[in-house]
Design a protein around this ligand. Structure first.
Ligand SMILES: Cc1ncc(COP(=O)(O)O)c(C=O)c1O
Length: 399
């Protein structure tokens, strides 16, 4: 197994140095069997990530409770997420999910005063609306920013909703339904003008687009490991701007959120001075092994190069869809979309099933099929997808 890992790393190093994307595909055996266009749901498994799962099992078999290594893995994930987002490790909470991070943050906010509004958009993944609605008994007022007739949410709609009563604008970066990307810098400007904070849910963008939280100037960012970060389910993160950390006291807490995890003090709650105060209990250890490996691969390839490739792939896919007379509903402007191309269908779920019969893996949301791209996809994937779509056009194109 060790020989296999060394060989994989050697191949990857050479490919990464030359950014030979087709050679990098060999890290993902699934891609030899399937046209995999579903990274927006779950990434393809890399050999190094599988090896990391196995390393955990070896540790369990041969060492038992390898506590010191487990803690190191969790800290390594924190440091790698920080590097990815250009933040400091102390600004990153390693959470069990996006939902866990949002709940911890919500528990630290007060909604009883004048600033009780939370702004969300029509593009939210349910959890980033439901959790804010769950704060209504505590005084929160949740305002939904609607989309326009063309399906996009223009800045003016946010300008109408954000006011002096707004505490938080909690918005997705890229919409999981249609692949549209919101104008985060524009929304941050509007929020700043009214003294509101901004949280970005970047689960549908992180790892496929280059994200610098300092340049974006957001206050909070949440995401997780199972999509474009090449890791696994059961692990997420939350970035909290350093200047806010100490003023926020989560009532969702636990022993891993304490200043000294080993203190075992049952007489008081002493939150860590870092974003770790938004964590809770024993970390998902096996998920840290896998996600550490995924993050390392991703950082070695580099998100600026990945973003460029993802834009080229989605652009080409949308162009080819136009050519076969079945245009997508995803914005064509690069600054308005992420890694997903959404194609309307009169029976999207059945179309997905038919595509799967041809070994083409997609997913469906609402009336759309989603084809989501990562750096390991290529033009052949697009052509296989287009050939299949062309064959099924008459049966599945919207009436
Ligand atoms: C944009 C977005 N946010 C949040 C989630 C879910 O987060 P979690 O299950 O980690 O709470 C998803 C999952 O698909 C998502 O696409």
């Amino acid at each position: 197994m060790i020989l296999h890992i060394v060989a994989t790393i050697e191949i990857s190093k050479q490919c990464i140095m030359n950014l030979n994307f087709d050679a990098l595909r060999s890290e993902f055996p699934l891609l030899e069997r399937k046209t995999y266009l579903n990274s927006g749901s779950y990434c393809a498994l890399a050999k190094d990530v599988k090896a990391a799962f196995e390393a955990y099992m070896e540790d369990r078999l041969l060492v038992g409770a390898n506590w010191d290594v487990w803690v190191t893995k969790n800290e390594s994930v924190r440091a790698l997420v920080a590097e990815l987002l250009r933040a400091a490790p102390d600004e990153i909470a390693v959470t069990a999910s996006v939902s866990a991070g949002l709940n911890a943050l919500a528990s630290a906010l007060q909604f009883s005063g004048v600033r009780n509004k939370v702004i969300v958009s029509d593009f939210e993944f349910p959890t980033n609306a439901q959790i804010w609605h769950a704060q209504e008994p505590r005084g929160a007022q949740v305002v939904h920013v609607p989309r326009a007739a063309d399906g996009y949410i223009p800045l003016e709609h946010f300008a109408e909703a954000i006011d002096e009563k707004t505490q938080l604008v909690a918005i997705t970066h890229v919409c999981f339904r249609n692949g549209a990307k919101l104008d985060i810098p524009g929304i941050v400007r509007l929020a700043r003008a009214k003294g509101a904070k901004v949280l970005v849910d970047c689960y549908q963008s992180v790892g496929s687009l280059d994200i610098d939280v300092k340049t974006l100037d957001v206050d909070f960012a949440v995401g997780g490991m199972l999509k474009y970060l090449l890791g696994t389910a059961g692990l997420g993160f939350m970035y909290v701007r350093d200047s806010f950390v100490k003023s926020l006291l989560p009532t969702n807490s636990g022993w891993f959120a304490q200043t000294d995890i080993g203190a075992m003090d049952i007489t008081a709650n002493q939150p860590a001075p870092s974003a770790r105060r938004f964590e809770a209990g024993t970390p998902a250890v096996v998920n840290s092994y896998a996600s550490e490996a995924g993050l390392k691969i991703l950082l070695a390839v580099g998100t600026p190069a990945i973003e460029k490739r993802v834009y080229a792939l989605t652009r080409r896919c949308m162009q080819r869809l136009e050519e076969i007379g079945w245009p997508s509903i995803t914005p064509t402007r690069d600054d308005r979309r992420g890694a997903t191309v959404a194609i309307p269908s009169r029976a999207a779920a059945q179309l997905c099933t038919q595509l799967l019969k041809r070994d083409i893996v997609t997913s469906s949301r609402d009336d759309n099929v989603r084809a989501s791209f990562h750096y390991y996809n290529n033009d052949d994937d697009i052509e296989s997808f287009i050939t299949a779509m062309k064959d099924m056009r008459t049966e599945f194109v919207p009436r």
